[in-house]
Design a protein around this ligand. Structure first.
Ligand SMILES: [Zn+2]
Length: 108
């Protein structure tokens, strides 16, 4: 299968708002194929393999479900069981140990 091209956006306003809402000064959040960063540079982010794998897992989740259905289901999970038990987060945490996930993407 053709690898998915992912993008990184530093100093993202969206990520800044999410950081304010969630509490925390370093945050990455994925919208579609773009990883939005706040409080971390591209280099900081890429130097943490587990972190990159986690966010790439979210890119795959978007790819599987589509943009709007993913966001809807993700927010619904958060409302229902909270952030930590959210099944998309459980899957992304498991992916932190899975180096094979990186074969499915190219980060530009
Ligand atoms: Zn996550």
């Amino acid at each position: 299968m053709k690898p998915v091209t992912c993008y990184i956006k530093e100093r993202s306003l969206l990520a800044r708002l999410a950081a304010r809402y969630m509490g925390g000064n370093q945050i990455a959040m994925v919208i579609g194929k773009t990883i939005h960063l706040h409080g971390a540079t591209r280099e900081d982010f890429l130097s943490h393999k587990w972190w990159v794998r986690h966010e790439i897992c979210h890119v795959m989740q978007y790819r599987e479900l589509g943009l709007i259905p993913f966001l809807w289901k993700y927010l619904w999970e958060c409302a229902r069981v909270g952030y930590y038990a959210n099944r998309f987060e459980v899957e992304a945490r498991a992916a932190e140990h899975n180096s094979a996930i990186m074969e499915r993407v190219v980060i530009v």
